[in-house]
Design a protein around this ligand. Sequence first.
Ligand code: PEP
Ligand code: MN
Length: 243
Amino acid sequence: MKMKKITIIAGPCAVESEEQIIRIAKKLKKIGVDYLRGGAFKPRTKPSSFQGLGEKGIKYLLKAKEITGLPIVTELMTIEQVKKYADKIDIIQIGSRNMYNYELFKELKKYSKPVLLKRGFCATYNEWINAAKYISDGNNVILCERGIRSFDSSTRNVLDIQAIPFIKKNTDYKIFIDPSHSAGNNYMIEPMSLASVVAGCDGLIIETHDNPEESICDKEQAIDIDALKGIIDKIRKCEMINN
Ligand code: PEP
Ligand code: MN
């Protein structure tokens, strides 16, 4: 039986301090996470919300990488940020709100770096795939389904799990799932992660904090380290079903 390894990206919604990101990175490393996530530039809906530590946040992520060896994933929002940080980041995240920012994609194209392209929350598959093509036809672009807006506001968004077979059938891009921003709560993270793995996703990006209650942003959807460990253990068993 051929095993397919699911890539696990985990970490807090935002880098909150140097101590916080290093502490969490060490714990994530121990449970077998592949990449550390953490937002330094945060696209918040309200201007009064915490906007991220910016440049300092990138510096702290790089420090966490140096200490733990975990490669880093973080969002960049502008052409200037891409010029400045593209070479330092292992996977550049492009957020849902920027999925139509074609000028940003033309800049990204110059770097051939891995890019995690989140689906716009109202974007069709074709709009999303065409956005990816602006960046690259190659395998350095990973598509990330992070929930789409529906008529029902009981949950933050709705995870479109059908995106997995659609992207697999119609493109050569990898597809990752972000159950955190689709659910917007912590109790759906495990079932949605496992369902995504069985449906054939290539990776997961999961917001994880060692003290979710104290997360500066998106605390409702943050899971703790033990919960993530439980999910990873189950995923390693599911990986066999799929191949
Ligand atoms: C995030 O991953 O922190 C984020 C803001 O995601 P999205 O762009 O999917 O809302
Ligand atoms: Mn978040």
